[in-house]
Structures are given as structure tokens and as C-alpha cells.
Design a protein around this ligand. Structure first.
Ligand SMILES: O=P(O)(O)OC[C@H]1O[C@H](O[C@H]2O[C@H](CO)[C@@H](O)[C@H](O)[C@H]2O)[C@H](O)[C@@H](O)[C@@H]1O
Ligand SMILES: [Mg+2]
Length: 277
């Protein structure tokens, strides 16, 4: 019976403990523990900034050609217990990893497709459709501000116009008040979004953990942004592990940090190909 009391040779990806007083069981040897006991673990992976490097615009991200197959191999190794948990719309994420598909939570947890392929989606009300088109009209002459329509969510990106940050925040706060309590603001990296107020990456991880093949396994959640803190909290509470991509010292609920999306990819590749315990 595998256990995680010993480790297999998975290259050190540069994991640094994030807390002065780590949670019980927290370890810098995150990937070695999983390699030693793949039947005990489930992986929950953010996309932008975690699996793929951030880019200037949402559509400019590059998925390394071998990444879909690597994730598929890793999923097989974990008995299918690998889910993507993203702010992207579900269909957009599917296209990124085609032909591989995974259980996935999209729109920060508002959309969910489980292992059986069953999909739950929030309603897109006529009022939200109208709000999106008003937002698009308002910002059409704001140089460098990008409008991303994600169906039941909408994002305004200011990565190419950082001087517009306050304007974007203001217009999105107003939009949030106008649409009412069914949608809430989501801040992120050079972006402000309106997403269904029930959306939570933490709740999505909890839902997955209540279902096969995730049920009974310890979660490892990896993410890079504010929205991922909710899944770190759940992973910690469930006796699992949490990793935030970024420099050590950043305030986070994650137990440890890892330097870059490249380091995450390298560690996942090593995990996918590690000898079975
Ligand atoms: O939860 P994630 O999978 O990390 O998705 C979060 C948001 O990612 C995208 O925006 C971010 O990445 C872009 C591409 O690197 C970057 O240009 C932008 O500044 C970032 O905020 C995506 O466009 C959003 O819809 C996601 O919510
Ligand atoms: Mg991210």
C-alpha cells in the first residue's frame, strides 16, 4: 500500500514554505510526497499564471505543445483525480488543452463539469447581457483596455493601460451596483471582473472532493492569484497542500510558494513520468 512517508526522485522545483509557522504536515517536498503516493492525492490546477505564463492579452497565452499530453498522463497516474479550476470560461479552457479534457470549474467556480461530463452553468440574464454591452460601449475608446466577454462573467483588462486602473475599478464598481447581488466583483492581475456571486474556487474544490474520483483523496491546490486563495483554504482544511506561484514572502493562505509557471510545469512533468512507487 503506497504511503507518503518516503519520497521518489522528483527534481526539486524550488518550493519555499510560505508561513513562518507552517500548518501541520506542510512540506517543501510537495511533489515528492505525491510521487510516493499518487493514489492518495487529487490535483486542482489554476490555468493563467500557473500552467501557462501570463501574457499581455488574454488571447496571447501560449500553451506549450506537450502540456495537454503531460496533464493527461498525470491525470491517468492519479486515477483521473486532476481538475482545472480557472477564471476562464469552460469552453475557452477546453480549446486551450484540446484534445485533452478534464473535470473543470470555470468562471472562478461558477461553471462546473464533473468527471461524468455533467455540466452546471449559471443563468445569463437579459439584464446582464445589457450591462455587458453598455460596458463594451463605454470602454471602446479607452486605449489599451480590453473587454472580455465570458458569458456569465465579464472582465475588463488594463495590463496594456495601467494608468486606467482607477477608471476600470470605478466603472466596474458602478456596474456591480447596477446589476445587483447576483454578480460580484472579482479583482485579479491587471483585471477587474464581474462574476456570478455564488462563484468560488473553494466551493468548486469542495464539490469535486465530494465526488469520485476525487473523494477520499488529499487535495493539492496550485494557483497564482487572489481568486485561488479560496481553494488554498479548502485544501488546507482538508489536510492537503497548497502552493502559490510567485515570489516567497507574498501574503497568502498557501502553505508554500513556487517560483514560476515554468517551475510548475517542470514539476508536473516529472510527476507524470516518475517511476511508480
Ligand atoms: O484563474 P485563472 O485560470 O488564472 O484565470 C484568471 C484570469 O486569467 C486571464 O487573465 C489573466 O491572464 C491574461 C493572460 O496572461 C493576462 O493578460 C491578464 O492580465 C490576467 O488578468 C483571463 O483573461 C481571465 O478571464 C481569467 O479570469
Ligand atoms: Mg491564475
Amino acid at each position: 500500500m503506497p504511503n507518503d512517508s518516503h519520497t521518489l526522485p522528483v527534481p526539486d522545483p524550488g518550493v519555499t514554505l510560505a508561513q513562518e509557522e507552517p500548518l501541520p504536515g506542510a512540506s517543501a517536498d510537495v511533489f515528492g510526497r505525491i510521487a510516493a503516493a499518487p493514489d492518495d492525492w487529487a490535483l486542482f490546477l489554476d490555468i493563467d499564471g500557473t500552467l501557462v505564463d501570463l501574457a499581455e492579452t488574454p488571447d496571447a497565452i501560449v500553451v506549450p505543445p506537450d502540456l495537454p499530453a503531460t496533464l493527461m498522463a498525470l491525470s491517468n497516474r492519479l486515477g483521473g483525480a486532476l481538475a482545472l479550476v480557472t477564471g476562464r470560461a469552460l469552453h475557452y479552457a477546453d480549446v486551450l488543452f484540446d484534445p485533452a479534457t478534464f473535470p473543470i470549474a470555470g468562471l472562478h467556480g461558477a461553471e462546473l463539469r464533473d468527471q461524468s461530463g455533467a455540466i452546471t452553468r449559471p443563468e445569463i440574464t437579459p439584464a446582464f447581457v445589457t450591462l455587458k454591452s453598455e460596458l463594451a460601449k463605454t470602454i471602446k475608446d479607452w486605449d489599451g483596455v480590453l473587454f472580455e466577454d465570458k458569458g456569465a462573467a465579464v472582465a475588463l483588462h488594463y495590463r496594456q493601460a495601467p494608468e486606467r486602473c482607477a477608471d476600470v475599478e470605478q466603472i466596474m464598481r458602478r456596474a456591480s451596483v447596477a446589476i445587483g447581488g447576483d454578480w460580484g466583483l472579482q479583482f485579479g492581475k491587471m483585471v477587474v471582473e464581474l462574476r456570478p456571486s455564488t462563484a468560488s474556487k473553494g466551493a468548486a474544490v469542495m464539490t469535486f472532493l465530494s465526488q469520485a474520483p476525487f473523494e477520499g483523496r488529499k487535495p493539492l491546490a496550485i494557483g497564482d492569484d487572489v481568486t485561488d486563495e479560496a481553494m488554498f483554504k479548502i485544501a488546507n482544511a482538508a489536510g492537503g497542500l497548497s502552493l502559490r506561484v510567485g515570489p516567497p514572502g507574498f501574503e497568502t493562505q498557501a502553505q508554500a510558494t513556487i517560483g514560476s509557471a515554468q517551475a510548475v510545469r517542470d514539476a508536473l512533468t516529472a510527476l507524470a513520468t516518475a517511476a511508480r512507487p
